[in-house]
Design a protein around this ligand. Structure first.
Ligand SMILES: Cc1ncc(COP(=O)(O)O)c(C=O)c1O
Length: 337
């Protein structure tokens, strides 16, 4: 059905799929929530970005690269994962990061510093082209005799989309094995490639003319922009793989009403939700990505576009280290005994 480009084996696959415990009172009658644990692709390499890097790193190795370059926000799980993968493969790593020149070495930053990533920073909210900056960094490295490979920012290009089409193949295989027929899949939408891959994968792998709906929860952009970007990514990836167009317009369904004030900004209800979910289920969410997406999933299951869905699978894309950078948002204390 779909033959994948070469990839490395970096993630611990298949990631588990299990029912979320103790959430019945957060759901509508007769509904069940399942969680696909892509937060468990690895330990320090946890999350969705590792699946994408399996493809990009394979291409880098095939090209004889000795330095991985990539870009991300101040809360970038992608940069942390790329930095660690580069070291696992014996390469150097150079990052373009948005944020302060000398950030506190905590969360993702701590791990990037620990593996010795070289970093160029650009001020947050400044106008710049990440690709131009990365090309400039690559040029300088080439002048020093190095062989840089640029992983697209956020891992977002055809190979990143392919990675999540493949993840859906894995997920639907697990569902079939356990007799689960999901009525919908849900996931966080940031730079859109995880979501685009899931929509493409559901169309290709569900074996049905009506694939299970994949609902994306935007944590930054508006629905219209995220939808247009997803459409473009799906079309480019389908062309790259030589597929006939297989994703209808109506299959791209992104909601933006759970993103709050936008990227990296979460109101107290998101922190309270993360706290509640952690205590009920042991699932660890984060306030930038998965906290907003799971809150949206449950709200839509109770009284929204998922209220008729009985079995819903939430793809947990990781992000635990971002939690440390956002610790001030929590109202926590030891429960003294
Ligand atoms: C934990 C986590 N979840 C979800 C996403 C969103 O993935 P994508 O950028 O492919 O939309 C990201 C991206 O940075 C992430 O770090």
């Amino acid at each position: 059905m779909l033959s994948y480009p070469p990839s490395l084996s970096l993630a611990h696959l298949p990631t588990p799929l299990h029912e979320a415990p103790n959430v019945a009172d957060l759901l509508g009658p007769g509904q069940r929530l399942w969680v696909k644990r892509d937060d468990e692709t690895g330990c320090t390499t946890s999350g969705n970005k590792l699946r994408k890097l399996e493809f990009y790193a394979a291409e880098a190795m095939a090209q004889g690269a000795d330095v991985l370059l990539t870009a991300g926000s101040a809360l970038s799980n992608h940069c942390r994962t790329t930095a660690i993968v580069a070291r696992q493969l014996g390469m150097e790593v150079a990052l373009l990061l948005e944020g302060p020149e000398r950030p506190e070495l905590d969360g993702n930053f701590l791990l990037m510093a620990l593996v010795g990533a070289s970093v160029r920073t650009v001020p947050e909210d400044s106008t710049y082209s990440a690709m131009d900056e990365l090309q400039d960094m690559a040029e300088k490295l080439r002048a020093e005799g190095r062989k840089p490979y640029i992983v697209p920012p956020a891992g977002t290009a055809e190979l990143g989309v392919v990675a999540y089409a493949k993840a859906v193949e894995e997920l639907l295989g697990q569902c079939e094995e356990s007799g689960l027929r999901p009525d919908a899949l849900t996931v966080t939408v940031g730079s859109c490639s995880t979501y685009a891959g899931m929509v493409l994968g559901a169309a290709v792998w569900s074996g049905s003319p009506e694939p299970p709906p994949v609902i994306g929860f935007s944590i930054s952009g508006e629905t219209s922009r995220a939808t247009a970007k997803t459409r473009r990514l799906i079309d480019e990836t389908a062309a790259y793989l030589g597929l006939v167009p297989c994703v209808a317009e109506g299959n791209i369904r992104i909601l933006d009403q759970y993103r709050g004030e936008g990227y990296g900004k979460a109101d107290p209800s998101v922190y309270a939700f993360i706290h509640d979910v952690a205590q009920r289920t042991g699932l660890i969410l984060d306030p930038v990505y998965t906290g907003k997406a799971l809150a949206g999933t449950l709200a839509e299951m109770r009284s929204g576009c998922l209220q008729d869905a009985r079995e819903v699978v939430f793809v947990h894309t990781g992000g635990v280290f971002g939690l440390y950078q956002k610790r001030d948002g929590f109202d926590l204390a030891w429960q003294a005994i």
